[in-house]
Write a protein that binds this ligand. Structure first.
Ligand code: NI
Length: 181
């Protein structure tokens, strides 16, 4: 977890709120090619360096419908369930079902803050697999939350737009000291 992000700064190379690219829908890619694989590699390496759970291409200034998700436990989020590495190419939520779940979210593009967001607890996502076929993948719980957060990025939506109650917004400092559980 980069301290500059926790303190309200932005990690190097990550676009932050106010950048118009974060508010645009990212165009789909025509298929899986070397360029797409390279962007996915870059996203995966950046995500691991940042210690985050997900990262979308527009956050690195790349206007393509590509994102990666890899949930690892961190000092800040020591209890979340871990996942394997998931590449999302042209992802689209095809189905969602409840019950809705509410939990904390943060974002490297919104430095220094966390807030409570309510989202469907189960989703099915249609996307391209790395061999180029269209597949539908089910996600639930915390992983479904992270996947929805990243798909939102590809549609120009930030978690702040979905915060259940803006009075839950908190600095990471307050979250660490009093709210983390
Ligand atoms: Ni984000």
């Amino acid at each position: 977890m980069p301290e500059d992000w926790a303190e309200g700064g932005s990690p190097p190379g990550v676009r932050t709120i106010g950048d118009p690219l974060l508010r645009e829908a990212a165009p789909s890619v025509p298929g899986i090619d070397l360029g797409v694989r390279q962007v996915l590699d870059t996203l995966t390496h950046s995500l691991r360096a940042l210690g985050g759970a997900g990262l979308a291409a527009p956050q690195l200034g790349i206007p393509s419908a590509l994102a990666v998700v890899e949930v690892r436990r961190t000092e800040l989020f020591p209890h979340r369930p871990e996942s394997g590495s998931i590449c999302l190419v042209n992802p689209r939520v095809a189905d969602q079902s409840g019950p809705d779940e509410e939990d904390w979210e943060g974002c490297f593009s919104v430095p220094g803050l966390v807030g409570r967001v309510r989202r469907p607890g189960r989703i099915s996502v249609e996307h391209l697999s790395l061999d180029g076929g269209t597949v539908v993948s089910p996600f639930e719980g915390y992983l479904a939350r992270v996947v929805q957060h990243e798909i939102d990025h590809l549609e120009g939506v930030l978690y702040l737009d979905r915060v259940t109650d803006t009075r839950t917004l908190s600095t990471l400092g307050h979250y660490r000291r009093t709210l983390a559980h």
